[in-house]
Design a protein around this ligand. Sequence first.
Ligand code: GLA
Length: 386
Amino acid sequence: MSPPTGTGDTRHDVQSTFEAVFGGRPDLLIRAPGRVNLIGEHTDYNDGFVFPAAIDRELWLALRPRTDERVALHSLDFGAGEFSLGGLSPGDDGWIGYLKGVAWVLTEKGHRLTGWDGVVGSDIPIGAGLSSSAALEMATLCAFAAVSGIPWEPREAALLGQRVENQWMDVQSGIMDQLAVGLGRRDHALLIDCRTLDVRPVPLPAGLTLVVLDTGTRRGLVDSAYNERRQQCETAARACGVPALRDVDLAGLESVGGLEPTVRRRARHVVSENGRTLEAAGALRSGDLDHLGHLMNASHASLRDDFEVSTEALDVIVDLALRQPGCVGARMTGAGFGGCALAIVEESRAAGLARRVGEAYHDALGIQAEAYVCGAADGVGVLDVS
Ligand code: GLA
């Protein structure tokens, strides 16, 4: 039987497709959110501070354990795939590589895994910097934990998800995305210390909303540019004689001689961004929205000028958002090189802002932008639907 066509309700589509493809109902349903980052960009792999929120764009995975060691999958976006839990090795697997990578890290940890049949679907845009891959990793970790009797520890799972990126996918990313997907809390942003993995939820004031502005642009070679930025930060930390840039302040950085100018600018972004992130969490707590907006704008400028991960499309969309009434602050969010910006906006003005920014952006660049008005959501979780 061919899978039913989409209804726009991903949770429902995933469940009905499961019944159509595998026959019978799934036992478990897992929900994993995407994330935006309010501020604290490219600081996580420098042992620094980040301030993300999980969002209500989400991935759903319906599954039922099998009696053998195979995983059979159907993706609403990418079609069918299957793999065996024995003898896993990295390959050019596309989306299914994330699931194989998760099975591999768990097997390496000594867990004996049970296979399952599953259907996955998501309304997190792919490659847009909203952590669609971290959502897939965390949902898969949750699935294996549930069917194989592994206790669920979100921090431990986040570290394993990061290991999938670093060692299986060869992307040297930090820990922010998996922690945000794992530990998100409804109506809160999370102030995370990426050295200690301490996570402090900070309430988002009522009446404000998160408007994610997708530039519609994606740049190739993001992974190699990302890995290069990480290496430059490590070079700077070594020159400063510290384990990570987290341990340097701006005066300390100034006093270090012999740094190549580009490397110095990369480090200046990270050191200043750590300070802005802590200040932004304080500003949100105390309701000082002017200061929060100012810090977001300064973050964007630093990512554009010192870290050089913004693009014309991101600069244009941020600038347009800032001109709109009710916009508290705006900046690029995620790794950069295309993808999305985030504007924090008065709720009553969000729809108007999204419409006007979309029109003006199209006039300026001839590209269709998308806007997602989001709430801050809970982290990954499992529902028993048997
Ligand atoms: C990507 C990575 C994160 C983080 C951000 C930039 O999302 O996966 O670890 O480094 O870029 O802040």
